[in-house]
Design a protein around this ligand. Structure first.
Ligand code: 9EZ
Length: 531
């Protein structure tokens, strides 16, 4: 095979570049800081491009890059790469999801210690010529309770470090299997409130998703121990900065250390600049020599292996499935993904299995990819959008301790075919099921109740008591908020019993609408889910 050409467009570690230079199968050009109009005339020469966060891979570049197979990002976020355009051109986008783990865990831990002992404030005081020993008295970590919210790779590394300091570690992650928590030797909280209420220190290590946005908000702050200290080294947006700022100002929260912000950099006059009890760093989590070296090596290897051996490692966009496969099973793939997503929103905490039961007509197809799609949809809710794909989904499930199985069952009683997706653990499980009405996918069962809903757009799930007037009060409340109902389906387990109501809405109901719904007589829970 002729040599594969790789353009390194942003600075990555020397070692990563060297590995490529030594490799007889590839030819590497390092051309840093090129603008779009400088890349356009040369890009057709390359099979691979490696970037960090500076160079933008635009639709125009992808259009011109007629030989391009892969774009590698040394790091995690891919904001500088137009991923949909790359996917459209069949270009694989890869990142290095693991290279930052230790650095980020260490930075978060450094912030925890800086916070406990007021190190930045004390340093500023000393260099200002002062000697304020009483003012900067701190607290020990030893024997304190730490809540780790989010127990992925970084949360798990943080746990090991905290345990070495004699902290009691309580972890909460709705998607972590109990067995996995045991392996990590942490106490698994049953729900987030238990973790919040127990904590002297809190550290956040989850992705930013619609569910985790403003997890630390005014309401959750009321549940905290007075004097708690909070570290956010994960994502801006997990913390409602206004609410936390107020709690820091009135002393309910003793201190906060942030590496990430709702807007980066934070604006002039950011209220936290005036708070004495905060420690702020400029998104330094992954900024170490080792992390930069390791992501450089990792991405060079991943791009090289793809171009030379066809291996796909850490791709963040879906590989193209060939057209005939899509024609045959495409609708099932999309539908299964939607069912998986829906299920993830209502799954009991600490699920350790995901099972997909196929029955009827669908059993004639190769359902392996359909199962992958259901898993991908499920994990997308867990990991945030754009992270999970058909390739990395099984590995991702493994880190959570989630076992995935599929079965083909006898023909279903009420439908020509049925795809049922079930998740749970020994204590509890929840299922959703769907079928096709002709070519139209329909959700036909949720939590063992027969319903009928379209698996797209804005769903609203209501748990209510089966009493007269619910349809009217829900309808007029949504109407008052200018939310239009496309369809509504009610189902009850017995007359006057518990009912599940599913609605397709033309727009997403906001938190206020959900709150007002839950305040209605007979409504126990209102959940908005967008598919
Ligand atoms: C939520 C989470 C962790 C969490 C973890 C993941 C989507 N998601 N959410 C609340 N993967 C702790 C508290």
């Amino acid at each position: 095979m002729e040599k594969r050409k790789i353009l390194v467009a942003d600075p990555i570690s020397e070692k990563g570049i060297e590995d490529l230079q030594k490799d007889p199968a590839v030819e590497v050009d390092v051309k840093l800081g090129l603008k779009e109009d400088e890349i356009l005339p040369i890009v057709a020469d390359y099979h691979g491009i490696i970037v960090r966060s500076q160079t933008k891979i635009t639709p125009k570049i992808l259009e011109a890059a007629t030989n391009l197979k892969a774009v590698g990002r040394a790091g995690v976020g891919v904001d500088n790469i137009d991923v949909p355009a790359a996917t459209k051109h069949g270009v694989i986008v890869m990142n290095t999801p693991t290279g930052n783990t230790i650095s980020t865990a260490e930075h978060a831990f450094s912030l925890l210690m800086a916070l406990a002992r007021n190190i930045p404030q004390a340093h500023a005081s000393v260099i200002a010529g002062k000697w304020e020993r009483k003012k900067f008295e701190g607290v020990e970590l030893y024997n304190k309770t730490l809540a780790i919210l989010g127990m992925g790779r970084i949360g798990s590394e943080f746990a090991r470090r905290a345990m070495a300091f004699g902290m009691r570690v309580v972890a909460y992650d709705p998607y972590l299997a109990a067995d996995k928590a045991r392996l990590l030797r942490v106490e698994l909280a049953e729900d987030i409130n238990e973790a919040l209420a127990a904590a002297d220190f809190i550290t956040l290590h989850m992705p930013l998703t619609p569910e985790t946005k403003h997890l630390i908000n005014a309401k959750n702050i009321t549940r905290l121990k007075p004097g708690v200290r909070i570290v956010n080294c994960a994502r801006g947006g997990l913390v409602d900065e206004e609410a936390l700022g107020a709690a820091l100002a009135d002393g309910k929260v003793a201190g906060a250390a942030l590496d990430v912000y709702e807007h980066e950099p934070p604006p002039d006059g950011f209220a936290y600049f005036k708070l004495p009890n905060v420690v702020l760093t400029p998104h330094l989590g992954a900024s170490t020599q080792e992390a930069q070296e390791s992501v450089g090596i990792e991405i060079a290897r991943a791009v090289r292996d793809h171009l030379v051996d066809g291996t796909v490692l850490n791709a963040i966009n879906m590989p193209n499935i060939d057209e005939s496969t899509v024609a045959e099973i495409g609708p099932y793939l999309n539908f299964a993904e939607g069912l998986g997503k829906l299920l993830a929103h209502i799954v009991p905490p600490q699920a350790d299995f995901l099972r997909i039961n196929y029955s009827g007509k669908v059993c004639d197809l190769d359902t392996t990819l359909v199962t992958r799609s259901a898993l991908k949809g499920y994990l997308e809710v867990v990991a945030g959008a754009g992270v999970v794909n058909h390739i990395n989904a099984p590995g991702f499930a493994e880190t959570l301790g989630l076992r995935v199985t599929e079965s083909h069952l006898a023909n279903p009683a009420d439908f020509t075919e049925l795809i049922e997706v079930i998740a749970g653990n020994a204590e509890a499980e929840v299922s959703v099921a769907g079928t096709f009405f002709g070519s139209q996918p329909r959700i036909v069962k949720i939590k063992d109740r027969f319903v009928e809903a379209t698996p797209e757009g804005n769903l609203l799930l209501l748990e209510n008591t089966d009493v007269p007037g619910i349809v009217g009060s829900v309808g007029s409340l949504l109407g008052d908020h200018k939310v239009n109902i496309a369809s509504m389906s009610l189902s009850r387990n017995q007359v006057g019993g518990r009912a599940l109501t599913v609605l397709n809405l033309d727009s997403a109901p906001d938190d206020k609408v959900l709150e007002d719904l839950e305040a209605l007589e007979g409504i126990h829970e209102a959940r908005a889910i967008s598919l």
